[in-house]
Ligand binder design. Structure first.
Ligand SMILES: *[C@@H]1O[C@H](CO)[C@@H](O)[C@H](O)[C@H]1NC(C)=O
Ligand SMILES: *[C@@H]1O[C@H](CO)[C@@H](O)[C@H](O)[C@H]1NC(C)=O
Ligand SMILES: *[C@@H]1O[C@H](CO)[C@@H](O)[C@H](O)[C@H]1NC(C)=O
Length: 303
């Protein structure tokens, strides 16, 4: 009996291997002769468990709990079990003999992106759509699969989708400007990263002045661009060769037609003499604004 099932699994695995060969001949050749690691792990799991599907008694099935990607039938077609989440390894042939099936709105694909030299792609569950959705909780979810994870995690909340695309709302500050200090003559920069739909404008103002920066001050400049994530915009305020008079409190304002938010940070300017005085207690240098904007196509995400 046991042997029979093993044979069944083996032929199944053969089919999977063929499928892999058809889909990714180059990667498999690279990995020869031992085959992709995920397949080896699958074999190992199969041999260790020696599963058997003999008799199905649905009443003895343990009820699956906390399944964030929903439920699917197990490999014996008998019990419900948790489906695999986005990013989890899965069976390419849409069975669940080794790793399981992907949940709703997910499909099992070989991820060819981000592969390093000699690496073999592993099949993993990926969301069929990368479009944002607006939940009935008023929150924007980057894709339907993330929405489902949250909805499954909080069944009592009875979340559903209000509409496709991001929720329209007042901006939300993802990363505020941080307090900074520096020595006169150095350049300083404040950043302000905002999530907003519709797109927000970002403006800067210094305490004690009515005008938005930079005004006509040539040593101050502002920049604004989309990213780093979808539906985000970032603004920067740069002050070149800071002077003592630049010290003060700066505000970042983000505004769209649904509202305005603000975040505040202070700039402390010291002279080189003060820097030398050992009594001065200075905080650590601030975090630097070096996010990776390479994925962002400026404002494309809005249109
Ligand atoms: C979402 O929930 C509301 C009420 O809770 C209901 O009226 C509406 O039909 C639901 N929409 C979908 C798509 O299920
Ligand atoms: C001061 O500014 C310089 C140049 O902008 C920078 O390299 C340095 O880290 C800053 N110092 C502090 C304490 O932030
Ligand atoms: C700071 O201190 C160092 C050594 O203590 C000295 O060589 C340097 O000239 C000082 N700088 C200023 C601006 O006072």
């Amino acid at each position: 009996m046991e042997m029979q099932h093993l044979k069944y699994h083996m032929s199944c695995c053969g089919a999977l291997l063929l499928l892999c060969l058809a889909l990714a001949p180059r990667q498999l050749v690279l990995a020869a002769p031992s085959g992709p690691e995920y397949l080896q792990r699958g074999w190992q799991r199969l041999l260790e468990e020696g599963e058997s599907c003999a008799d199905c008694r649905p009443e003895e099935c343990p009820p699956p709990r906390g399944c964030l990607a929903g439920v699917v039938m197990d490999h014996c077609d008998c019990c419900w079990e948790c489906a695999n989440l986005e990013g989890q390894i899965c069976d390419l042939d849409n069975t669940n003999h080794f790793y399981g099936k992907c949940g709703e709105n997910l499909e099992c694909r070989l991820d060819m992106g981000d592969l390093r030299e000699g690496e073999v792609p592993e099949p993993q569950c990926m969301c069929i759509s990368n479009k944002a959705v607006c939940g009935s909780d008023g929150k924007t979810y980057p894709e339907i699969c993330k929405f489902q994870e949250v909805a499954n995690a909080r069944p009592d909340a009875k979340l559903n989708i209000s509409h496709e695309g991001p929720c329209e709302a007042a901006p939300h500050i993802i990363s505020p400007p941080y307090d900074i200090w520096n020595v006169t003559g150095e350049d300083v920069i404040f950043g302000c990263e905002v999530f907003a739909y519709p797109m927000a404008s970002i403006e800067w103002r210094k305490d004690g002045t009515e005008m938005f920066l930079p005004g006509d001050d040539p040593h101050i400049s502002v920049q604004f661009r989309g990213g780093p994530q979808k539906y985000e915009v970032s603004g920067w305020l740069q002050i070149q060769r800071v002077r003592l008079t630049d010290e003060g409190t700066y505000h970042c304002y983000a505004r769209n037609r649904h509202g305005e938010v603000t975040a505040t940070a202070t700039l402390t300017v010291i002279t080189p003499d003060q820097l030398n005085s050992t009594t001065l207690q200075l905080p650590k240098p601030p975090r630097h604004y070096t996010e990776d904007y390479s994925d962002s196509e400026d404002f494309d995400d809005y249109y």
